[in-house]
Write a protein that binds this ligand. Structure first.
Ligand SMILES: *Cc1c(COP(=O)(O)O)cnc(C)c1O
Length: 833
């Protein structure tokens, strides 16, 4: 944490101009590192271990970040252009040091400074804990978006929760996933500054009272509440060599003093301490469910906590700048809701405007619907959030009142447009009726927003014509697509320095801030000399990955084998099972001596299973068991390896994706909204084997059909196939698949543990298998064979690899964010001061 000065933020802002040059105040970085070792950390040069070197360098780098940060905040505050607030329950940031070093162009100086202590930048970067405040794709997307907003100098602030415990640490014991808490803040966090002066009070429980003002107009009061505090911690988000540093504001929950005092005075000291802990529970832990909701009370508290604190923060800044006139609030502010998790923003903004700022309903609604925008991330029914009315009325009674009124007015409007269609009204109601009525958070988000977007072309089409078709008919103009992207700064430049340097030599450096320039690489695919260099870079990255795998699993990867990788959350729809079935097929071929022309493969699978998701955890166990058998069999030597890579996270992906040759993107068509792992692999020159799902479709369009290994049913085919799906008939009619099932069901991978995989084998044999694993297996095996055949022609493979990378520009999150800015936010870059 930075030292707190007694100055208020505003007083520091006013003298910002006298500190606008970093060079005037700070010595060269190597001297600053030494200074921080001596004075900040109080140690002797010869005592400096990597952890002290990390702290000294990180503090020195942060000192370079801070002046730009203060300047950017100053310009943000002064600006009269539209501001954007990105609301997300998850930000999967990973590490910050390397990112800041890269974006402030301090690499050479940092290395020079560390040299005197005999450590490398790579070594000390390992000292930093990942900020794992997210589950997977959705949280990592938020992090890539913040990076791109800063790169484009857009006035965008992130708002999230400062979870004390981020994504759990995954250990593998006896092949099974074991979870351990991730206490990422244990050694302190140099990348945050506490801002206690911007603390907010958050209300829970209590009840509402109907009151009348002097003119006799009725209004509601939310009283008898249990309050707690939201304390902000700001993290810097540096732009790429552009003197811009945006802010991610994360809220920590704390007990209110008044709350505690009451208890102290009543002589109930222990209870008061317990109450304090209760208040702190809200920001204690990230819920580890990816693509499924679990309806826990604490989760709803987290959602409201984030939303209320952030909306109050934005309104407070508004009132500071414009007073109590909210006429232009909607025009000058935009809230982007990252899925329905922050959907309470709709009724909360209404509440604050009406109850706290005396705005009437119609004006408040006009403002709210002018500034809310909602991004949908999934079509999976189990992921659609619904909160029980009973829970809502106990926790957030005033919000429930407002939601009821929004619904009443909305349904009246629908009735006017479609008189007599009561069925339509029942379908689109924000309240799902039943003996346990629930609030449909997606519908609340749609009704309250001016923009609803999906995250890949196919996904948006499926939203319009499937899940949200009634709403699409009512408001076609609200719906739009924003295909996801990833930041090439982290996912190419930083994680793949070998490729970055090769690209510098070949096509220059512009692609780092504008990925359209990657297209310049296309002609190099025909240059044999370049293809050689390309292959050599890949080989270096494969060696680095092999070492990493060896040190974390003990398994040796052969550097001449094809590196075949599937890393992502473990979920049935992502079909890690399909991957395992193919590995079993290769193992069966080896066992039978059918190895003529077999291309050696090293298969890596990694990812976390939600702790309560039994089937996903069983898939982890199966992967580990198959790996044990395959790797221990001398016949597989030089031909096949399988590992389950433990504790997959951002910093491991930074080593995995540069070393990958074949990217597995094999979800059941229509289930993966977009995927972003697929994009990281493509940028780094992996070729995709995949279904026509999510952004795979666009990857194939960009790379061209011949540079993509396609297989399987498409989204329509999936719907069709389910009507008469008979996996047992497919198995019986295919000798290869039959043998795979015989190995699996005959206990080849669970000799000591009979029956443990029955749930999985029964699942894939069931006519009701939602994921159609067996339906796609033959196509998958054939596409894998095609990939192997292509790989044995290395020249051809390298061509495909180069063309994938060269055509990956579309998947930069800079492109995505430029589209959000132009088509949803109407946001312009902050002017330089
Ligand atoms: C990119 C990324 C994801 C998303 O992967 P998908 O394959 O799109 O599901 C998940 N986790 C981490 C750590 C990532 O970096």
């Amino acid at each position: 944490m930075l030292d707190q000065t007694s100055h208020t933020e505003t007083s520091r802002d006013t003298d910002a101009s006298s500190f606008d040059s970093t060079a005037e105040l700070l010595a060269p970085l190597p001297d600053e590192i030494r200074r921080h070792l001596y004075y900040t950390l109080g140690i002797h040069e010869n005592e400096s271990d990597p952890s002290y070197c990390y702290s000294a360098l990180a503090t020195a780098v942060r000192d370079r970040v801070v002046p730009y940060w203060r300047e950017t905040r100053h310009r943000f505050r002064e600006s009269t252009e539209r501001r954007v607030h990105y609301l997300s329950l998850e930000f999967l940031l990973g590490r910050s040091l390397n990112n800041a070093v890269q974006n402030l162009d301090l690499d050479a100086e940092a290395r020079q400074g560390l040299h005197q202590y005999g450590v490398t930048l790579e070594e000390i970067a390992e000292e930093e804990h990942d900020a794992g405040l997210g589950n997977g794709g959705l949280g990592r997307l938020a992090a890539c978006f913040l990076d791109s907003c800063a790169n484009l100098k857009l006035p965008v602030a992130g708002y999230g929760i400062r979870y004390e415990f981020g994504m759990f640490h995954q250990f593998i014991e006896d092949g099974r996933q074991v979870e351990a808490p991730d206490h990422w803040l244990r050694d302190g966090n140099l990348w945050e500054i506490e801002r206690p002066e911007h603390t907010k009070t958050i209300k829970f429980f209590g009840h509402t009272e109907r009151c009348f003002d002097e003119k006799g107009t009725p209004f509601s009061r939310w009283v008898g509440t249990h309050d707690l505090l939201a304390v902000p911690y700001d993290m810097p988000i540096p732009g790429y060599k552009n003197e811009t540093v945006n802010t991610l504001r994360l809220w920590k929950s704390e007990a209110t003093e008044t709350f505690d005092l009451e208890e102290f005075n009543s002589g109930n000291y222990p209870d008061a301490v317990v109450q304090k802990n209760n208040a702190e529970q809200i920001s204690m832990v990230l819920y580890p469910n990816d693509a499924s909701e679990n309806g826990k009370e604490l989760r709803l508290k987290q959602q409201y906590f984030l939303v209320s604190a952030s909306m109050q923060d934005v309104l407070e800044k508004w009132v500071d700048q414009y007073g109590e006139d909210f006429t232009d609030f909607g025009r000058l502010n935009c809230f982007q809701l990252n899925d329905t998790h922050p959907a309470c923003a709709v009724p909360e903004l209404m509440r604050l405007l009406m109850d706290e700022h005396k705005v009437d309903w119609d004006s408040a609604w006009q403002i709210t619907t002018r500034c809310m925008a909602y991004t949908n991330h999934t079509l999976l029914p189990e992921a659609l959030e619904r909160w029980s009315v009973a829970l809502f009325s106990r926790l957030l009674p005033r919000l429930l009142e407002i939601i009821y009124e929004i619904n009443e007015r909305f349904l009246t409007q629908v009735a006017k447009k479609h008189p007599g269609d009561t069925e339509l009204r029942r379908r689109v109601s924000l309240i799902e009726e039943g003996d346990q009525p629930h609030i449909r958070m997606a519908y609340l988000s749609i009704v309250g927003s001016f923009s609803v977007n999906g995250v890949a072309a196919l996904h948006t089409e499926l939203l319009k014509n499937g899940l949200f078709s009634d709403f699409y008919r009512i408001w076609p103009e609200k719906f739009n697509n924003k295909t996801n992207g990833v930041t090439q700064r982290r996912w190419l430049s930083h994680c793949n320095p070998g490729l970055r340097n090769l690209l510098y030599d070949a096509i220059g450096t512009e692609w780092e801030s504008d990925m359209q320039h990657m297209k310049k690489l296309v002609p190099f695919a025909d240059d044999a000399g370049f293809r050689h260099k390309w292959q050599d870079v890949k080989l270096q990255n494969k060696r680095r990955l092999a070492e990493y795998v060896k040190s974390h699993t003990g398994v040796e990867f052969m550097e001449s084998a094809m590196f075949d990788v599937q890393v992502k959350r473990i979920h049935e729809y992502k079909r890690q099972l399909l991957n395992v079935l193919h590995v079993i097929h290769l193992y069966d071929r080896i066992s039978r001596g059918d190895t003529k022309d077999m291309v050696p493969r090293c298969v890596l699978i990694g990812g976390k299973a939600a702790p309560g998701y039994h089937v996903a955890k069983l898939i982890v166990k199966l992967i580990n068991n198959v790996a044990s058998v395959v790797n221990a069999d001398p016949k597989t030597k030089d031909l096949l390896r399988l590992v389950f890579f433990p504790n997959y996270r951002v910093s491991s992906m930074e080593i995995i994706c540069p070393g990958t040759e074949l990217s597995e993107q094999i979800s059941t068509a229509g289930k993966e909204a977009s995927g972003t792992g697929n994009m990281k692999f493509m940028m780094n020159g992996a070729v995709t084997i995949g279904t026509l799902d999510g952004a795979n479709i666009e990857i194939r369009e960009q790379a061209a059909d011949e540079n993509f290994f396609l297989f399987g049913l498409d989204a329509k085919g999936v719907v069709e196939a389910k009507k008469h799906y008979d996996p047992n008939a497919i198995i019986a009619g295919d000798a290869d698949i039959q043998r795979i099932m015989e190995l699996l069901e005959g206990g080849a991978f669970n000799q000591q543990e009979p029956g443990i995989f029955d749930l999985l084998t029964k699942g894939i044999r069931s006519g009701y298998d939602q994921w159609l694993t067996i339906a796609d297996l033959r196509g998958y095996i054939n596409a894998q064979a095609e990939a192997s055949k292509t790989y044995s022609d290395q020249d051809k493979w390298n061509r495909m690899s180069i063309l994938n990378s060269a055509n990956s520009g579309w998947f930069s999150s800079d492109r995505t964010i430029q589209q959000y800015a132009d088509e949803i936010w109407g946001a312009k870059p902050l002017q330089d001061s």
